[in-house]
Design a protein around this ligand. Structure first.
Ligand code: ZN
Length: 88
């Protein structure tokens, strides 16, 4: 059974490791984000594993693992801001 998406809170010892140290765009995964530390909206949805990531710009942010793997999250948000407003 290769269901890697099953980052349930109950089976953390088998599924938690995985993304640490990996890079997704500007983000490098630091560590797992425990359920209790996730944003309110995420806690309600129970939407899989979240990870603390450090962006190349220096800020840290908790990001959903699915977003990282699907390429939906490539930065802490500074990138989209940069694209929206051309820096002087
Ligand atoms: Zn950033």
């Amino acid at each position: 059974m290769a269901d890697v998406e099953k980052y349930g809170e109950g089976n953390r010892n088998t599924t938690i490791r995985g993304l640490e140290g990996e890079r997704f765009g500007l983000l490098v995964v630091l560590r797992y984000c425990p359920f209790s530390e996730r944003p309110e909206s995420a806690r309600q949805r129970k939407d899989g594993a979240w990870w603390y990531c450090r962006c190349d710009c220096g800020s840290e942010k908790a990001i959903r693992g699915t977003n990282l793997k699907q390429g939906a999250s490539r930065s802490c948000g500074c990138q989209s801001r940069r694209y929206g407003f051309r820096a002087a």
